[in-house]
Each structure stands twice: as structure tokens, then as C-alpha cells.
Design a protein around this ligand. Structure first.
Ligand code: NG6
Ligand code: CA
Length: 504
């Protein structure tokens, strides 16, 4: 009798254990939390307190980092915006698409309407999908009439809802576009856009410098909107023009409204903030707040917006059921074409955290970016040194929500993103202005490229050199010691693997 009881207990115990295990597996297999990407523009690895910034305070981003999983070896796919955003949404290497390079405001959509994207994948799992903020992946078919429905765009590649700026804050058209329609457009004052020539009689920064309130340093001398000279020419659309100093509040309000209106069913929100890309136009209540000039002020502003957004998730009672991914599209730049004191007022702040290069660069600071996953109660606070790339989010989230996606360049790293594994990628190809380099383990290979070693105007080393460059990040994170000539064997091996992976 006693024996039987023991056996029974053992049996029940085993059964209970296995059902707990099974439940965990089921949970891991398929969950439908809300998913939010908070994606900044040109935010550097060293621009965040949690990544070592001392002179600049980012308490709300730090809170995400300290309560979530902070990746130390997380990468965008490219050192510029369009290719990184392309890879983020499609899970495909941007260098496979020759159009994935910095686009003018008139460029056609570069994501194929038949291509897999994160929002498309999530829709298969019943998600509602929205984007608020910067798009910069092209719109229309190359011949857009901004006074009619602008299509195809985000709504044709998976987003049910879109509230965007077409390209960048420094490029025309300087208007918001909601589900393909320019917001606030007066039909009697139609918009015309041209990137090749000006419209007769329209002032530019060259013809009317006295109309500018922000001075251009390089580029940025075409049409003037709100005193800021832009890239490209624009005529008309006066009532639709955005207010630069209100842009952050405007996008925040859109993001908050989206959350409130969609909280009953799972949603995906891509909240693509414009800071700290140029022109840096902090709202007056943030002016002077960082002590580092407008670049610091807009980072403080962005951080505040993130705090407010988090409050909304909490107030709406959905914080515990929301997975947040925080990152940036490429590394930092100080002078990106306007005189705005970014260099002069930098003080002791190091946007690159000491990494070599910056935006546009094949060196580390081009693509190694702040990368945080946060899910209250689900992701345990931790730091991960796993090599991960934003591109990997597509298959990883597909596994989370239980959707099959065809495999391509991206890797399913769900467990790593949730912090239950510390295994990342073995290798990764990174891109900067149409050149590629290779990361394998701790090693970095930069093949020889023609062209200047530095972009003088932005004062950034971009990685071009006549010889191979080989670095070992483990003991040389600043890429100061080129080991190519002393370690020929390693060079041959890594070059071989790169060529095989790159496909010739
Ligand atoms: C460059 C612009 C720069 C910025 C960048 C795009 C000039 C001289 N420079 O061509 O200011 O707009 O494009 O940045 O025009 S990104 O973050 O969207 O890739
Ligand atoms: Ca960018």
C-alpha cells in the first residue's frame, strides 16, 4: 500500500512536471503580445546613459535597458537609414537590393509589394499594424502626384495604418502623410516637388539666405521651410507643412492614440522617431536642457517622449503584454549639413562611445547601436553580449507569434531576444554606402575600397583603404590594430568565408 502511494506520488509528480514543461513550450511557441519598435534616427552607441553616456541624461531609455535586456553587440544592417530600415522590415540584406541607399523624397517604394515584411507576417497572426514617424523607403511608382493618394507605400507592404514623413526631416516634402493622403492639404494650393530643379520664383537658401534661421553647412541649400533650408525643391502645400519644433509631440500623440484605439486586439506599432537626425529642432521646452546644444536637446526630447509613451502603455493596462524593441538605424554624426553647434558644444560627450567611425562608416560606430528588448515580467533584466542584428527580428517574431516564414538572410534568434539564450549569430555582413564588410566571431574584415578614407565634411572615417583591414574586436574594440599583414592565415580564411556568404 505504502509502495503504491509512493509510486502514485511519483507518477503525479512526473505528470505535473511534464505538463509544466509542456506549457512552457507552448508559451514559447506562440504568444501574441503587442509589439512596439521604438526606432531612433542616427542615435549613437554612446548616446544613451545605459551605454555609458555621462554628459547626456536619458532616464527613460535607461529604464528600458535596466529593466530589460541590453545588447552590447547589437547591429543595424547598415550605416545609413534607408538600407537599415529595409532590412529591419524585410529580414533581407540591404546590399541585395541596389535601390536600398539614401533616397530622395521622390524615390519610388523599394520594398516589393509581394515581399515578406514584419507587419505582413504579423497580420497572418491576426495583428493590427501601424507605423508612425519616419518612412524613408520610397513612395509610389516614381511619378507621385502629392495631391492624390500616394501609393504604393507602407499600407501596401503590410501596415493597416500609416502616419509618416516621406523621407527625412531635411528633405521635401515637409508634410505628414496619413494612409497615403497629405494631411491638411488645401486643394487650391497644390504641392509640387522636384529634386533636380527649382520652381520659378521660389526662394532657396542660395537666392534668399536672409530667409533662413538655420544655416546650411553642406547640401541643404534648396527650398526653405520654417526658416530651415532643405534638400529638394517644393512649391505650394503651405497649409500642410509640418512644424519642426512640434514634430516630436505630434508623432508621440499619434503613437499614443494608436495604442489607445488598438489595445483590444494585439497590435504592432513601428514608432520611428526623427531624432537626433538633422535638422535638430527641439521644442522650446527642451532647448538648452542638455547643455550640449540642439543635438543633445533632441535626444533629451526623444527620451522624454519615450517616457510618456511608456506611461500610456501603463495607463492603458497593457504594459505587461507589450514587447518593446528599442534601437537606432545607424550610428552618430555631429555635423550632418547644418551649423547647429553639435561639434562646438559636445564637451566630454562621446556619441560613439569611443568606437571608430560613425554614420556612413564601415567601422564599428556606423552600425553598432543601442539595442534593447523589454517585456515586463517576461524578459528578465540582463545584459547580453550575443551578436544580433535588427534584420533577425522578422523570423524571431514569426516564431513568437507562430507564423512560418521562408528563411532568408535573417536568423531566428527569438530565445536570444527574450534572454533565455545567450547564443547570437556567428557571422554578419554589414553595409555602409553600398560597400560591405564582414563580421565573423570577434573578427572584422574590411576589404579594400577606393575612395577617401574620411568624409571631410562630416568628419568621419568611413573605412576606405587600399589594403585589407582585419581587426579582432575582443581586445581591440576601437579597431586600432590592423592585423591583416601579420595574420595572413586568418585573412585568407575570413576572406574565403566572406566571399562564399556574399555570393561571389
Ligand atoms: C545625406 C545628407 C544628410 C542626411 C543623409 C541621410 C547632404 C549633404 N547630406 O545625403 O544630411 O540627410 O543624407 O541620413 O545632403 S539618413 O539617416 O536618413 O540615412
Ligand atoms: Ca539615420
Amino acid at each position: 500500500m505504502k509502495k503504491l502511494t509512493l509510486l502514485t506520488i511519483l507518477f503525479i509528480g512526473l505528470f505535473a512536471c511534464s505538463s509544466v514543461k509542456q506549457k512552457e513550450e507552448v508559451d514559447h511557441k506562440k504568444q501574441h503580445p503587442n509589439i512596439v519598435f521604438i526606432y531612433l534616427d542616427d542615435l549613437g552607441y554612446g548616446d544613451v546613459g545605459a551605454y555609458g553616456a555621462k554628459a547626456l541624461k536619458t532616464p527613460n531609455i535607461d529604464n528600458l535597458a535596466h529593466s530589460g535586456l541590453r545588447f552590447t553587440d547589437g547591429y543595424s544592417s547598415s550605416a545609413t537609414c534607408t538600407p537599415s530600415r529595409y532590412a529591419l522590415l524585410t529580414g533581407a540584406y540591404p546590399w541585395r537590393n541596389k535601390n536600398a541607399k539614401i533616397l530622395p523624397g521622390t524615390a519610388p517604394l523599394i520594398i516589393g509589394t509581394n515581399q515578406m515584411t514584419i507587419p505582413k507576417m504579423l497580420k497572418k497572426a491576426g495583428y493590427q499594424t501601424g507605423i508612425v514617424g519616419k518612412w524613408h523607403l520610397g513612395l509610389g511608382d516614381g511619378n507621385v502626384d502629392w495631391n492624390k493618394k500616394v501609393t504604393p507605400g507602407p499600407n501596401e507592404v503590410g501596415f493597416d495604418y500609416s502616419y509618416i514623413m516621406a523621407a527625412t526631416q531635411d528633405r521635401v516634402p515637409t508634410v505628414y502623410i496619413k494612409d497615403g493622403d497629405v494631411v491638411g492639404l488645401d486643394p487650391n494650393d497644390p504641392i509640387e516637388i522636384n529634386y533636380k530643379q527649382n520652381f520659378e520664383g521660389e526662394p532657396t537658401a542660395i537666392s534668399h539666405p536672409e530667409l533662413t534661421t538655420m544655416k546650411w553647412h553642406h547640401g541643404h541649400n534648396n527650398s526653405i521651410v520654417n526658416g530651415i533650408p532643405r534638400i529638394g525643391f517644393m512649391k505650394g502645400g503651405t497649409s500642410a507643412k509640418w512644424s519642426d519644433v512640434d514634430m516630436a509631440d505630434h508623432f508621440l500623440a499619434q503613437a499614443q492614440t494608436y495604442v489607445k484605439e488598438h489595445k483590444k486586439k494585439p497590435f504592432f506599432l513601428y514608432y520611428a522617431m526623427q531624432q537626433p537626425h538633422v535638422p535638430r529642432t527641439p521644442n522650446p521646452r527642451f532647448v538648452g536642457k542638455s547643455g550640449l546644444g540642439p543635438r543633445g536637446d533632441v535626444i533629451v526630447e526623444a527620451d522624454w517622449m519615450i517616457g510618456e509613451f511608456m506611461k500610456t502603455l501603463e495607463e492603458e493596462g497593457i504594459l505587461e503584454n507589450t514587447l518593446i524593441v528599442f534601437s537606432s538605424d545607424n550610428g552618430p554624426v555631429l555635423n550632418d549639413g547644418y551649423y547647429d553647434d553639435a561639434e562646438e558644444k559636445l564637451g566630454t560627450h562621446t556619441p560613439t562611445a569611443g568606437l571608430r567611425g560613425g554614420k556612413y562608416s564601415l567601422f564599428e560606430a556606423g552600425t553598432r547601436v543601442p539595442f534593447i528588448t523589454y517585456w515586463k515580467g517576461k524578459i528578465m533584466p540582463n545584459v547580453s553580449d550575443a551578436l544580433v542584428c535588427q534584420m533577425d527580428l522578422l523570423p524571431s517574431l514569426a516564431q513568437l507569434v507562430g507564423v512560418d516564414v521562408p528563411s532568408n538572410d535573417a536568423q531566428n534568434l527569438l530565445a536570444t531576444f527574450l534572454g533565455t539564450s545567450d547564443v547570437g549569430r556567428e557571422e554578419l555582413i554589414l553595409e555602409a554606402t553600398s560597400r560591405t564588410m564582414f563580421r565573423q566571431g570577434d573578427w572584422v574584415l574590411i576589404p579594400p575600397y577606393k575612395g577617401p578614407a574620411s568624409l571631410k565634411k562630416v568628419n568621419i572615417e568611413i573605412g576606405n583603404a587600399a589594403d585589407f583591414q582585419l581587426y579582432n574586436l575582443k581586445n581591440d574594440s576601437k579597431q586600432e590594430h590592423n592585423l591583416a599583414s601579420e595574420n595572413k592565415e586568418k585573412l585568407q580564411q575570413i576572406l574565403h568565408d566572406f566571399v562564399v556568404l556574399r555570393g561571389g
